[in-house]
Design a binder for this molecule. Structure first.
Ligand SMILES: Nc1ncnc2c1ncn2[C@@H]1O[C@H](COP(=O)(O)OP(=O)(O)OP(=O)(O)O)[C@@H](O)[C@H]1O
Ligand SMILES: [Mg+2]
Length: 270
């Protein structure tokens, strides 16, 4: 049990969840139950679900930070370069922003000049160029989150795990960074799992959206997003005729788990 190397994984699947279950504590019951899912090479898969259902746990399992209790997670290529942008920024407080981004590159064998160049490029992407010399405690929450995103992107990963990476950002910055991120992962063909509580963000960015149930988290439904997103223009997707019906379907699916069973939208009560 645990992370294993798949012997006969079809080339299209980068990660396969096979009957994955996870319990931290037997008395508290499972967090994940019977998760079967293929994450396809190069796709952007969004995961939405109620708070506490097990979304971060799902990413931790892929990253090998925690062991599954049942089933297995199979990686087509266990040596794949992976970056994980955690839900909380987890910056090193004694290092500057640039130092934090460079830190990610210290195991890569790149020389110092190249590390600095790559770090600067990543900070440019998240619009933190001017703040590279600052320390984490001198940054706002949104800036810390952007620094953490830069630290992930600088690795030029083939597999990118993102845990609510835009949650602390103001709406304007979030919109621009969503477009940047989409362009980066599309260009590089990065397989990306994006955990988000923002349904619009999931539909705007993802090829497919997994909706999880409340604890124990199971896959409630998998939606294929039927419209193409073009670089630098997410508004086009927003105005697609399928956008609102899909948002409605995902919201309706999540509602009982978030608001309690039997809950109906206010307008529907008699
Ligand atoms: N290391 C751990 N030890 C024990 N329980 C844990 C641990 N990590 C998570 N849990 C529990 O597992 C459940 C799922 O946690 P997880 O962080 O995966 O949820 P989440 O869907 O990411 O939540 P949120 O949307 O609030 O970020 C929670 O009940 C949490 O308390
Ligand atoms: Mg979480």
């Amino acid at each position: 049990m645990g992370i294993s190397v798949a012997s006969e994984v079809s080339p299209a699947a980068q990660i396969r969840f096979r009957g994955v279950g996870k319990s931290y504590d037997r008395a508290a019951g499972p967090v994940l139950e019977n998760v079967d899912l293929d994450v396809l090479t190069g796709e952007l898969l969004a995961v939405v679900g109620p708070s506490g259902c097990g979304k971060s746990t799902l990413l931790n399992v892929v990253a090998g930070l925690t062991q599954v209790s049942e089933g297995a997670v199979e990686l087509a290529d266990p040596d794949l370069r992976c970056a994980y942008v955690f839900q909380s920024p987890r910056l090193l407080p004694w290092r500057s922003v640039t130092g934090n981004v460079e830190f990610a590159l210290e195991q890569t064998g790149l020389d110092r000049t190249e590390r600095r160049r790559r770090a600067r490029e990543a900070l440019d992407l998240v619009n933190l160029t001017e703040h590279g010399g600052r320390y984490p405690h001198q940054l706002s929450g949104g800036m810390q989150q952007r620094a953490a995103l830069a630290r992930g992107l600088t690795l030029e990963p083939k597999l990118l795990l993102l845990d609510e990476p835009f949650a602390a950002l103001d709406a304007l910055t979030r919109g621009y960074l969503q477009e940047e991120l989409l362009a980066i992962v599309r260009r590089a063909g990065t397989t990306t799992i994006l955990v988000t509580h923002d349904i619009d963000e999931a539909l705007l960015l993802a090829d497919r959206v997994v909706v999880m149930s409340s604890r124990p988290a199971r896959i409630r439904q998998l939606f294929k997003v039927p419209f193409a997103r073009h670089e630098g223009d997410l508004d086009e997707a927003l105005s697609h005729p399928e956008f609102v019906p899909l948002r409605h379907a995902v919201r309706a699916l999540l509602r009982p788990d978030v608001m309690g069973p039997g809950s109906e939208p206010v307008g529907h009560r008699s």
